[in-house]
Ligand binder design. Structure first.
Ligand SMILES: Nc1ncnc2c1ncn2[C@@H]1O[C@H](COP(=O)(O)OP(=O)(O)OP(=O)(O)O)[C@@H](O)[C@H]1O
Length: 265
């Protein structure tokens, strides 16, 4: 049994090397249950690698590093442990490219969130329990896209697809959402709606949220805490209010100001 108050993720001294490149270099971060944390940093700084390591989609380097999810060790000594499957059930993953099955309806995509709970053959035949179907429609209402339930996913806008992906995480029963660039492919209005939805799930439902963002202004506006990576190391971990221009230039380099104002345009 895991304690309900256990941290979403406890990352301890984790490194990850690809060839000669250290994507993560001694990273330690703890994200508490119910926290909403933005992961920022320049391109290639290790943000996606950190998220993928937390979900066990990628093994970390052997050594003293370890990762626990809701109190269960999912990575240790360079190996993904047997606890990872149960841990993944508690983590809803959201990706930049939405990861919905394009030829299926939005409703069917959301139902896929139940697959961990019923036998795969039942899912393949669409034999979903009525309670789960109800849950899926509730989730679609909750994220504001119930009117599109019957529409094929690949005919929906990016914002509608991303909200569908969040509904799928809700149906899965996720206790935290790990979102990798969830708004990078969206227009500004859809991006704001998705960020507001993540904030609502965090504040109203108490879901933990770890979100990687290229847009620093979104990180500051929507997240109380920011963790910044640079070349695989944590260079800032604190309140988003502490991110002044000087510190952001330290994180992103001198070209930061131009890039920042571009995203606000
Ligand atoms: N599977 C892989 N094989 C080889 N190198 C990899 C692999 N995955 C990541 N890397 C390298 O690890 C480093 C960190 O990559 P990562 O994708 O984590 O960065 P990021 O901060 O998420 O970047 P971006 O903001 O551009 O998405 C980069 O130098 C990248 O090229």
């Amino acid at each position: 049994m895991t304690s309900p108050a256990a941290a979403v993720a406890s990352v301890r001294d984790v490194s990850k090397t690809f060839g000669a490149r250290k994507a993560l270099n001694g990273v330690s971060v703890e994200v508490g249950a119910g926290e909403m944390v933005a992961l920022i940093g320049p391109s290639g700084s290790g943000k996606s690698t950190l998220l993928r390591s937390i979900t066990g989609l990628q093994s970390i380097d052997p050594g003293k590093g370890s990762i626990a999810v809701f109190g269960e060790v999912v990575q240790k000594d360079g190996r993904v442990t047997g606890k990872v499957r149960a841990a993944r059930q508690k983590l809803g993953m959201i990706f930049q490219q939405f990861n919905l099955v394009g030829r299926l309806s939005l409703f069917s995509n959301v139902m896929l969130g139940c697959l961990g709970r019923i036998p795969a053959w039942k899912g393949t035949l669409g034999l979903w329990p009525s309670a789960d179907k109800l849950k899926a429609m509730e989730a679609l209402h909750r994220v504001g896209v119930a009117d599109y339930a019957a529409q094929r996913a690949n005919t929906l806008s990016g914002g509608q697809q991303q909200r569908g992906a969040i509904a799928r995480a809700l149906v899965q029963g996720a206790r935290a959402i790990l979102a990798d660039e969830p708004v990078a492919s969206l227009d500004p209005v859809s991006a704001r709606k998705v960020m507001e939805l993540l904030v609502e799930l965090n504040q109203r439902d108490g879901l933990g949220v770890i979100v990687t963002l290229h847009q620093v202004d979104y990180a500051i506006r929507y997240c109380d805490r920011v963790v910044a990576l640079q070349a695989g190391k944590v260079v800032y971990d604190g309140p988003s209010t502490g991110l002044d221009t000087k510190r952001l230039i330290e994180i992103y380099g001198p070209e930061f100001e131009d890039a920042f104002w571009e995203t606000k345009a």
